[in-house]
Design a protein around this ligand. Structure first.
Ligand code: NPG
Length: 376
């Protein structure tokens, strides 16, 4: 019989945490984490979930402000006071609300952490993950020029990363990618356009196709799959979808029409672990490799990503770098370190396996709200 818990209290915490260095993608320049953490309290335990939304609606239509509003006014009232036996019950309680997957995932994932702790098992075990360490890479934002890019790649290779992802956009694509490929002919290399191109850019895509890349991530529009299917027909390199996939159905439709050959799973983008695991399973059945994306999470979200990436079909390296790449003093401990074989250990302690540092939480928190359940 599964152990049940009452969800007695939920808290929202907004943090503005400066990044070690700004991160530029085709649609935005991120200078700090604008994250909303959700803590769910019950049975003397606390579970944590992270909503890695950004200040503006660039990568996604969600922002930290919309996430706060949707959590406070819609998701929390639907979950507070419930008795939970299985984390997979949570999506059903929130299914009357459309969209807002980043907000939705933060609350569902906090319940996963809570229940894993209640059962004394790691989140990895509760999810059915198999590996104790997972292969990882590093994602390099758009750089001022090619020499700066080569130096940055070199630095990350020296740190031990064996897979590099380059952010691209029109005007910063074939030349920098060729420069990296020429310098490191055997490097595991992939690119991410964050939706910056259209089908009219086929010549650029064909030039990238000649660069021996692992994959080309989300070259076209964020809610397209039809044009991606057309583009994939012209390329040898697998297209990987990120922004276009918000649910198991999106993944099924994209695969059905040949819009991609790889999927990036971000637990936030797809609305939580239940959906993320379904996409993983669907892709495994169809022989489609997946990998774990990152959204500059704190150690709370990073621990969640590592647990997810321990599932067996996460065969490509994830965008999960060592903690020191992101924040000088993370909100949770312990920090994650890179192993010499370009892997990171999946936490084995109960739940997420990280502990929020209350000093850091108070230092960086600029908004906080508590929701308690009172039996009337
Ligand atoms: O290491 O967490 C990381 C960053 C990986 O490139 C990365 N994330 O488009 O996938 C992306 C990008 C991103 C960053 C997306 C911030 C949204 C916000």
């Amino acid at each position: 019989m599964a152990q049940t818990l009452s969800i007695e209290r939920i808290e929202l915490h907004h943090l503005a945490l400066p990044l070690v260095s700004p991160f530029e993608i085709s649609v935005a320049r991120v200078t700090h984490s604008d994250t909303v953490l959700v803590s769910v309290h019950g049975g003397g335990l606390t579970g944590w979930g992270e909503c890695p939304a950004t200040v503006g609606p660039y990568y996604s239509y969600e922002t930290s402000a919309t996430a706060w509003h949707i959590l406070r006014d819609h998701f929390i009232p639907a979950v507070l006071g419930r008795t939970v036996a299985r984390p997979a019950d949570v999506p059903g309680w929130m299914s009357h609300v459309r969209g807002h997957p980043l907000a939705r995932a933060a609350l569902e994932n906090a319940v996963w952490d809570l229940l894993a702790q209640a059962r004394g098992c790691s989140l990895r075990e509760l999810l059915g993950g198999e590996r104790a360490r997972v292969p990882v890479g590093v994602s390099i934002g758009i750089q001022p020029d090619v020499p700066a890019l080569l130096e940055t790649v070199e630095r990350h290779l020296q740190a031990g990363y064996r897979r590099i992802k380059l952010k691209i956009k029109p005007g910063w694509d074939v030349v920098p990618v060729q420069a990296v490929r020429e310098r490191w002919p055997d490097l595991l290399l992939q690119v991410d356009a964050n939706t910056a191109y259209t089908l009219a850019d086929l010549p650029v895509m064909q030039a990238l196709d000649a660069c021996d890349l692992l994959l080309i991530e989300q070259p076209l529009h964020h809610d397209d799959i039809v044009d991606h299917a057309e583009l994939q027909r012209h390329l040898r390199t697998p297209i990987c979808l990120d922004e276009s996939i918000h649910s198991p159905d999106h993944a099924r439709w994209a695969l059905q029409i040949g819009a991609c050959r790889v999927i990036n799973i971000k637990v936030g983008r797809v609305g939580g672990f239940t959906a993320a695991r379904r996409i993983h399973d669907l892709c495994a059945e169809q022989g489609i490799p997946v990998w774990c994306g990152g959204m500059l999470e704190t150690n709370v979200g990073r621990a969640a990503n590592l647990a997810l990436a321990s599932l067996p079909n996460f065969t490509l390296p994830g965008d999960i770098s060592a903690s020191r790449r992101y924040y000088h003093e993370d909100i949770a401990e312990p920090d994650f370190e890179l192993n010499p074989d370009s892997t990171i250990d999946v936490p084995a302690a109960p739940g997420l396996g990280v502990r929020v540092r209350s000093r850091q939480l108070h230092k960086w928190r600029d908004r906080h709200e508590v929701f308690s359940y009172h039996v009337s």
